[in-house]
Write a protein that binds this ligand. Structure first.
Ligand code: FMN
Length: 353
């Protein structure tokens, strides 16, 4: 197995395997562990403000001087209209009621108390900290940001969930495209459609590979040598693994969440908008079942911010019925070994397949 390719050269790594950015799961320790076995670690900055981004980047740098990617959410923010305000209030009242019913002590914020900022402030922080690899999801960067980042020699990795999105990313000069199949855990990166492209990795990766010339990283369902090599055959230059690492030693998940993962059944894995207002894949629970068929789902990021306090309380109380546990479609043993060992095992198994 020859690992060296365009991607390893551009990213300055030995193995084109990417530890997926996973907000709420990824830690500086996980990123460092991935980088220390010569893969690419990715630090998710999610919706952190600029100051928090700087602290997290510096904390990661204290642990290692190897290259790693930072990751942000590049979505647009719907304005607060009277209609949204009313819907927010109704959803808040509904969530207050179910929290009380289930003994969760939560104070939900009013819409005017939400701290919602655009990704541009994160870009300022990323540039000022001298980060050289930026991956992003939920949208494309605006052209001004692309030019600014390129001027500072930042390598850009955009996420697509359809051929249409891959072409948009390529046309706007994005250096590397992360192709996210429907198998992937966590949020869908969809941005060019209001509907959710439910395209499986097999179909999507092969079609994107035919449609663009940009190097491709594939994300979604890779959990062993077989799945990694299948995506290589379909056109992937790089291989992004998320769910494979979610229960690892360096994961921010708590023991009760790791235990829940180990009891997972195929039918437990669902795509839902209930926690954040965007589709994400994870383990079905009482919260999802209660919300999914109701009108109490606000657009992202409002739903995400509103349910954030509930998820935090559920995590504190170790209550899997209200915590969001994201995972993909490939069920595996959810190893609690170190990220470094899990990745090394994947590399060795691929080399000897
Ligand atoms: C818990 C979790 C959190 C995630 N958070 C992010 C994120 O912050 N940014 C991002 O670009 N992708 C995120 N993703 C998606 C991953 O980058 C990747 O597409 C996915 O994990 C690949 O599929 P797999 O889980 O089957 O390996 C997340 C995935 C999971 C499982």
């Amino acid at each position: 197995m020859e690992w060296t390719n365009e991607l390893t050269k551009r990213l300055g790594i030995m193995f084109p395997i990417v530890q997926a950015p996973m907000f709420g799961v990824t830690t500086p320790e996980m990123v460092t562990a991935a980088s220390s076995v010569n893969c690419l670690g990715s630090l998710s900055l999610g919706d952190l403000d600029a100051e928090q981004c700087i602290t997290t980047i510096r904390n990661t740098r204290k642990l290692s001087n190897k290259p790693f990617a930072v990751n942000i959410f590049t979505h647009s923010i719907p304005p607060i209209t009277d209609t949204l305000r009313k819907k927010y209030q109704k959803t808040k009242v509904f969530l207050e009621r179910i929290s009380l019913q289930h003994d969760l002590d939560v104070i939900f914020p009013d819409i005017d108390e939400l701290n919602i900022s655009s990704y541009h402030q994160q870009i300022d922080a990323i540039i000022s900290e001298g980060c050289k690899i930026l991956s992003f999801t939920f949208g494309n960067l605006d052209s001004e940001s692309i030019q600014r980042l390129k001027k500072h020699e930042v390598l850009l990795i955009g996420t697509c969930t359809s051929v249409k999105e891959a072409i948009i990313l390529e046309k706007s000069g994005i250096d590397i495209i992360c192709v996210q199949g429907i198998e992937a855990g966590g949020h869908r990166g969809t941005f060019a459609s209001t509907k959710i492209p439910q395209i499986g990795g097999l179909s999507l990766l092969a079609q994107v590979s035919d449609a663009v010339n940009t190097p491709l990283i594939y994300a979604g369902g890779i959990y062993n040598a077989k799945t990694l090599l299948a995506t290589k055959t379909l056109g992937a230059d790089g291989f992004q693994v998320g769910s494979l690492l979610i229960a690892s030693k360096e994961s921010a998940l708590k023991a009760f969440e790791k235990d829940r993962l180990k009891q997972i059944d195929e039918e437990d894995i669902v795509l839902t908008k209930s926690f954040s207002g965007r589709f994400a894949q994870g383990i079905k629970n009482l919260f999802i079942e209660t919300l999914d068929s109701t009108e109490y789902i606000l657009p992202y990021p409002y739903q995400n911010k509103l349910t954030g306090v509930l998820r935090k309380a559920a995590k504190m109380q170790e209550n899997p019925n209200f915590a969001s546990i994201w995972t993909g479609q490939s069920i595996h043993k959810f190893s609690e070994d170190s990220t470094g060992n899990i990745l090394t095992e994947l590399i060795t198994a691929t080399e000897t397949f």
